[in-house]
Design a protein around this ligand. Structure first.
Ligand code: F6P
Length: 405
């Protein structure tokens, strides 16, 4: 085994981001001139068996021997195809399936014995994300004949069945256990020569975004009065701005708009969604504006006069100063990063991703992609009549402030 050619075998429970990762790896490898192909068991199952049968959880029960036989059959077909393809022109074959049991993985190792096998296990137990992923999956044609509540229940049961046979990686010769939400490697074992290992490792830990549209919510009465925090709606100028955003983005496909839990971001997003054929708004609390604690709802002038020590202390060290009972920029950093990871995870393969956030939130998001000294982050320019367009891939970085009207 020279280690030039490779089987990548994905592993993980349903809704952990395996197929998204498969596509991401394939895109990166192909871009680097490495011939790569995905062999997906689910696609074969959907093609060859009636959806009425395979959308129901009973098909995946470990006690359903017919189901097991059928699923093993699809795995075998894909392994044969992958092996034949590697023998011809292929370099990397990605086997995309749950591959949760040791028995299944032994089957793979026995058959795929001509090149190294590298397992990548996708781990993610964030309940909110899994819930949202399941909601998305059950919208697919596979579940169209079921009511959404029933489809979600069936999918959850399917996950439970996979959990029953799930055996963590261990004896396998090469593997990477990946936190697929955080893009963080949790454990790795590398016994065989794998020429592409370092490159693959890099792809796994990189946050890639083809187009991120970062928008600050449109104008609110609080903005007009210079009042902070709260949960205001939009002014009539704000509603015009939101509609103008809708018109501007109508020609770009936006599948998801991530907002905070506040009305002003969601109202802005709703106006943008109106110009889209198929677009969902996903509020994430991680994108809520900096908590101003005892100063919520006050104007900056009121703070300066009524609480001068707070005003001065914040001016002296804006990044690290936390409002009493509230937050500092520094405190927001980790939740904002989690929000970005969640948005990227849910946005999956779409090229365009949109976040409608707040002033402090957007500054933190910008600083995630664009290096700024900590002391400069709380002053990044975040106007309401423009938006940031960010591209951040391994071979391209772009950062533009654009008008939308
Ligand atoms: O003024 C709007 C606002 O989003 C407030 O809700 C928030 O407290 C503030 O901006 C954050 O900006 P700064 O850190 O500059 O006060």
């Amino acid at each position: 085994m020279s280690g030039e050619k490779l089987y990548i075998v994905l592993m993980g429970l349903p809704a952990r981001g395996k197929s998204t990762l498969a596509v991401r790896l394939q895109d990166n490898l192909r871009r680097d001139g490495v011939t790569t192909r995905i062999f997906n068991n689910g696609n074969l199952r959907r093609k060859h068996l009636p959806l009425a049968q395979t959308s129901l959880s009973a098909f995946y029960s470990p006690d359903n021997l017919k189901g097991l036989e059928a699923r093993d059959g699809f795995a075998r077909l894909n392994m044969q195809a992958a092996k034949a393809w590697l023998r011809r022109t292929g370099t990397v074959a990605i086997l995309d399936a749950t591959n949760a049991s040791r028995r299944r993985r032994q089957m793979i190792e026995t058959f795929c014995d001509d090149h190294p096998v590298l397992y990548i296990e996708c781990v993610n137990d964030d309940e909110e994300i899994i819930g949202l992923m399941i909601r998305e999956k059950t919208r697919l044609p596979e579940f169209s004949r079921l009511q959404s509540r029933i489809a979600e229940k069936e999918f959850l049961k399917r996950i439970l069945y996979y959990k029953m046979v799930y055996t963590p990686l261990g004896p396998e010769r090469n593997f990477i256990r990946l936190d697929s939400l955080q893009n963080r490697i949790l454990e790795e074992k590398h016994s065989d020569p794998i020429a592409l290992y370092a490159r693959l490792r890099d792809y796994l830990v990189t946050d890639e975004v083809k187009n991120l549209f970062l928008i600050r919510h449109a104008q609110t009465p609080f903005n007009v009065e210079d009042r902070i925090g709260g949960d205001p709606r939009l002014t009539s100028k704000g509603r015009d701005q939101a509609r103008a955003l809708g018109r501007f983005f109508a020609s770009r496909k936006i599948s998801y708009i991530f907002t905070s839990s506040k009305q002003r971001t969601q109202l802005t997003a709703q106006a943008i969604c109106k110009g889209q054929a198929d677009c969902r708004i996903v509020p994430l609390r991680e994108f809520d504006e900096i908590a101003a604690g005892v100063c919520e709802g006050m104007t900056y002038t009121e703070i300066k006069h009524k609480m001068p020590e707070i005003f001065r202390a914040r001016e002296a060290n804006k990044y690290f100063y936390a409002y009493p009972e509230g937050e500092s920029y520094a405190m927001m950093k980790s939740r904002i990063e989690t929000g970005i990871k969640k948005a990227f995870f849910l946005n999956r393969r779409a090229d365009n991703i949109m976040i409608v956030g707040h002033q402090a939130v957007n500054r933190m998001i910008l600083s995630h992609f664009l290096y700024r000294r900590e002391e400069d982050v709380p002053f990044i320019y975040t106007p309401q009549d423009r938006f940031y367009h960010i591209v951040s891939t391994q071979n391209k970085k772009l950062f533009e402030l654009k008008r939308y009207d």
